[in-house]
Design a protein around this ligand. Structure first.
Ligand SMILES: [Zn+2]
Length: 290
C-alpha cells in the first residue's frame, strides 16, 4: 500500500503533469490556430485580433495590454502586418521578444503610394505555412524543452497535413486554363497564392485595408472585367462587402462567394482553422474559375 502511494505521489509531482500551460498571445486568429495546433494542451492561447476581424486597422484594447503583460510568449506574423504591436508591447510592459512566425521566409515586396513595403499575407501559400510551423515549433521547444518530443510530433503531423493541401491545390489549379485564372477580391491579400499557382488577382484596395479605393481604381477594374471576362469576384470575411458588391453590380457579374483572407471564421463554421480556411479558399476559387 505504502509503495503504491509513493508511486502515485512521484507520478503526480512530475513537472509535466502539473505544469501550468504556457500563456501565449498570438496577434491574429490564423496564427493563434497554428500555435494551438503545435502547442496542444501545453499552451493557453489568447488571440488579439479575433475571427472575421481586420488586423490592418485593429485598435488594441486595454484587455490586450493586460493579456500581453501576463504572457509568457507572444507570436506575431511580422512583415509589417501588425503595425500596432510595438506600441502595444511597450504599453503592456511585455519584457520578452515576440516570436516572428515569418522569420526566414522569402517575402515579396510591393510598391504602394511610392513606398516599397513587404506583403505580409504569406500564409496564403501553404509552402510558406511550413516555415511558420517550423518557427513556432522551434520557439516552443526553446521555451519548454521538456516537452520537445510532443511539439516535434504535433508539428510533423501538421506539416504532413499542410503538404497534402499544397499538393491538392497544385493539382486542382493546374487544370484551369490561364485566361480563366483571374480573380477580383476586396484587398491585395492573395499575392503569395497568385505567385504559387499563377493566378491573376486584382483588388480595389492595396496590401492594407486602410485606404478607400479611388474612383479611378474602380473604373480600371470594371474595364478589366469587360476586357478579360473575369467571372470570379469575391467578398472577404474581414472587409465591408460594399465596394465589391458595387463592382459586381456595375459589371453585371454575380459574386462568387466569400474568401477568408486575413482571419478565420467564427468557431464551428467553415474556416475556423488554417487548414479549413485553405481548403475552403482553394475549392471556392477553383469552382469560380472553372
Ligand atoms: Zn490583408
Amino acid at each position: 500500500m505504502r509503495f503504491v502511494f509513493l508511486t502515485l505521489i512521484s507520478l503526480f509531482s512530475s513537472a509535466s503533469l502539473f505544469a501550468e500551460p504556457i500563456k501565449v498571445v498570438a496577434s491574429f486568429s490564423i496564427l493563434g490556430d497554428m500555435v494551438k495546433t503545435i502547442g496542444g494542451e501545453q499552451v493557453e492561447v489568447t488571440t488579439i485580433v479575433g475571427p472575421n476581424q481586420d488586423t490592418h486597422v485593429y485598435e488594441p484594447r486595454p484587455q490586450d495590454a493586460i493579456n500581453m503583460a501576463n504572457a509568457d510568449m507572444v507570436f506575431i506574423n511580422g512583415l509589417g502586418f501588425e503595425g500596432w504591436i510595438e506600441r502595444l508591447a511597450e504599453a503592456s510592459g511585455f519584457k520578452g521578444k515576440p516570436v516572428v512566425a515569418t522569420s526566414g521566409l522569402r517575402s515579396f515586396e510591393m510598391e504602394e503610394k511610392g513606398k516599397v513595403i513587404d506583403d505580409p499575407h504569406a500564409w496564403h501559400n501553404p509552402d510558406n505555412a511550413l516555415i511558420y510551423v517550423k518557427n513556432i515549433k522551434k520557439a516552443l521547444i526553446a521555451h519548454d524543452p521538456e516537452n520537445k518530443e510532443l511539439y516535434e510530433k504535433r508539428a510533423l503531423d501538421y506539416l504532413h497535413q499542410i503538404k497534402d493541401i499544397s499538393t491538392w491545390a497544385r493539382k486542382e489549379l493546374s487544370q484551369l486554363k490561364p485566361p480563366l485564372k483571374k480573380v477580383i477580391t476586396a484587398h491585395d491579400a492573395f499575392g503569395y497564392m497568385a505567385r504559387a499557382y499563377n493566378i491573376d488577382f486584382m483588388a480595389p484596395v492595396g496590401l492594407s485595408t486602410e485606404s478607400e479605393p479611388s474612383a479611378k481604381t474602380i473604373a480600371n477594374i470594371l474595364k478589366q472585367i469587360r476586357n478579360t471576362g473575369v467571372r470570379a469576384i469575391f467578398i472577404e470575411n474581414i472587409s465591408n462587402p460594399r465596394v465589391i458588391q458595387q463592382i459586381s453590380k456595375e459589371a453585371g457579374v454575380q459574386g462568387s462567394g466569400v474568401l477568408y483572407s486575413d482571419a478565420l471564421s467564427e468557431p464551428g463554421t467553415v474556416a475556423d482553422t488554417y487548414l479549413k480556411l485553405m481548403r475552403h479558399n482553394i475549392s471556392t476559387l477553383v469552382k469560380a474559375m472553372q
